[in-house]
Design a protein around this ligand. Structure first.
Ligand code: F6P
Length: 541
């Protein structure tokens, strides 16, 4: 039986009919304590979910749904290292990457915690040597620039976190992130760097990804050419992060310079594995450990807190409420911190690659809508771009507003202005402005309907004291477990990504056709064939 056939789902569907038209104005008027009652605390994260179109009964029913879906048992199975990624027959153990050193976890006969901390210690040693200048380049100079090469989960985590934690980073060094196979990416990243002082960290779980290998190959050529053609230079300027030692060696990086992780770390869940190496070099091992501790705080909270007081589970269940009962198709993430500029992009992979699925674990089609389209921009820029649609458009877009009480830079009280906007927008979205209120301003009656704000647009507010490494860890872990909660309710596998494979195969087949007339014919459709011809012509081929 699919999830929609369960009594818990049916109870939610009935309940939805009763509450779907309730207005947040009325829900707040009925309960003066709503703004403090519908809140939840986890570590340093404060979640205010009062501006959602739900009641206490909705929460009770969502918690019952979580129980029915087996969220507790699935969570335990994940933390224990059972092979819950069934289509790849793998454990899912990103939580072990931040578990304390003394936690015993043996999975498939392997001491997982021991392995994790052995690599963390190597990373810390390496990061210190780069930071204190004892890791030298081929010509004996210290490293001044670190370029992370990777894509997807091997890029977005460290790139997002480096941007987020820039204020904690070693400002005397340059950090860049190259991901795209567009040669512009590497060219722009290296154009002002000196090969003698540049270190490349090549990150790829599989070490077979086209983009990463192409960029790493071009980077190696740039380095060797820049250092007089000596191939021996590679050893001091390239390190790898991967699960695939064989391919790393094949590429020409000494396995002694490889930082390992394991197949039980999914790409988009790999940020706390050795994939975080460039970030560790940037912020130092101690700050990095603080970040891991933040993750661990939320891991423990998620594992133990009751659903109605469980911050990640609430985020997940409330999103299910909108996606499946209100039929919302997207959700916005709106950080009121420019440091979180890359957070929406990071969440796009985390959420959409995880839960963009249409079959359940047993291979049958899902019977309810699954993963939402995630998008966003930092406030207040978004306010002057797309918020109009949030306020007066026809789509329901649940939004997460994020803010930090303490600024990293407070220029003339600007942080208070930022926070005032963070407070104003969710209030305007929730409560809007009635025709009577607009008319009372003396507005021309013909213009009144254009100025009415219907309100009842839902949002969460997540507040923390300051965007520290520890708080960033808490935030990312909260969203990881939000995604897991959704996946369990929908009965899908959030840990595979078969849907990205076909495009990769076709690109491999199409590349030779762009380069040569005599390439073996790939039997493309008429549209693709015509585009190939056009591109070849425009390139003078
Ligand atoms: O896009 C598919 C994907 O497999 C992601 O899941 C992954 O994060 C990314 O490619 C990069 O993979 P790798 O780390 O193996 O290079």
């Amino acid at each position: 039986m699919g999830i929609s056939g369960t009594p818990e789902w049916k109870a939610l569907a009935d309940h939805h009919l009763q509450v779907r038209d309730a207005h947040l104005r009325d829900l707040f008027a009925e309960d003066p304590e709503r703004g403090t009652r519908f809140t939840c605390r986890a570590g340093d994260l404060h979640l205010d979910f009062s501006k959602n179109r739900l009641t206490g009964e909705t929460l009770r029913l969502l918690a019952a749904l979580a129980e029915r879906a087996g969220l507790r048992a699935r969570t335990e199975a994940m933390f224990r290292g059972e092979h819950i990624n069934t289509t790849e027959d793998r454990a899912v153990l990103h939580t072990a990457l931040r578990a304390p050193r003394d936690r015993v976890l043996v999975v498939d006969g392997q001491d997982v915690t021991g392995d994790v901390h052995r690599v963390l210690d190597r990373m810390a040693d390496f990061a210190q040597r780069v930071r204190n200048g004892t890791w030298r380049g081929h010509t004996g100079e210290p490293i001044r620039a670190v370029v992370n090469i990777g894509i997807g989960g091997s890029d977005l985590g460290p790139a997002m976190a480096y941007t987020a934690l820039r204020d904690y980073s070693d400002r005397s060094r340059t950090f860049r992130f190259v991901s795209n196979i567009d040669p512009t990416d590497l060219a722009e990243a290296t154009r002002d760097l000196d090969p003698a002082t540049t270190l490349f960290i090549v990150c790829s779980k599989t070490f077979t990804t086209q983009e990463t290998l192409a960029n790493a190959t071009a980077a190696r050529r740039w380095l060797v050419d820049g250092l007089g053609g000596d191939d021996n230079a590679v050893a001091a300027h390239f390190v790898a992060v991967s699960t695939n030692a064989e391919k790393v060696a094949e590429f020409g990086i000494d396995p002694a310079n490889m930082f390992e992780f394991w197949d039980w770390v999914g790409g988009r869940y790999s940020f706390t594995s050795a994939i975080g190496l460039s970030l560790m070099v940037a912020i130092g091992p101690e700050r990095y450990q603080e970040m891991l501790d933040g993750f661990a705080t939320i891991d423990e909270h998620f594992r133990t807190a009751p659903w109605e007081q469980n911050l990640p589970a609430l985020l997940g269940l409330i999103s299910v409420w909108y996606i499946d009962f209100f039929r919302a198709q997207t959700s916005a993430v709106l950080p009121y911190s420019l440091y979180l500029a890359r957070f929406p992009a990071y969440l796009q992979q985390l959420c959409m690659e995880s839960n963009g699925k249409s079959v359940t674990l047993d291979g049958t089609p899902v019977d309810v809508p699954t993963g939402e389209i995630v998008w966003g921009e930092p406030g207040t820029n978004g306010q002057h771009a797309f918020y109009q649609l949030l306020h007066q458009g026809t789509h329901l877009v649940p939004a997460d507003f994020l803010a930090f009480a303490q600024p990293h830079h407070d220029l003339d009280g600007m942080h208070d202005l930022l926070l005032a906007n963070f407070l104003a927008q969710p209030a305007a979205l929730a409560f809007g402005r009635t025709a009577e209120e607009v008319a009372a301003d003396g507005t021309d009656p013909a213009v009144v309907p254009h100025k009415v704000m219907a309100g009842n647009h839902p949002s969460n507010a997540i507040v923390a004291p300051k965007l520290t490494p520890n708080v960033l860890g808490q935030l990312v872990a909260a969203y990881e477990h939000r995604v897991f909660t959704q996946g369990v309710v929908w009965g899908i596998n959030p840990f595979d990504q078969w849907g990205v494979e076909l495009g990769k195969v076709l690109a491999q087949q199409l590349a030779p056709k762009l380069q040569s007339d005599t390439a073996p014919t790939y039997d493309a459709d008429s549209s693709t064939n015509a585009l190939v011809r056009l591109l070849r012509q425009l390139r003078g081929r």
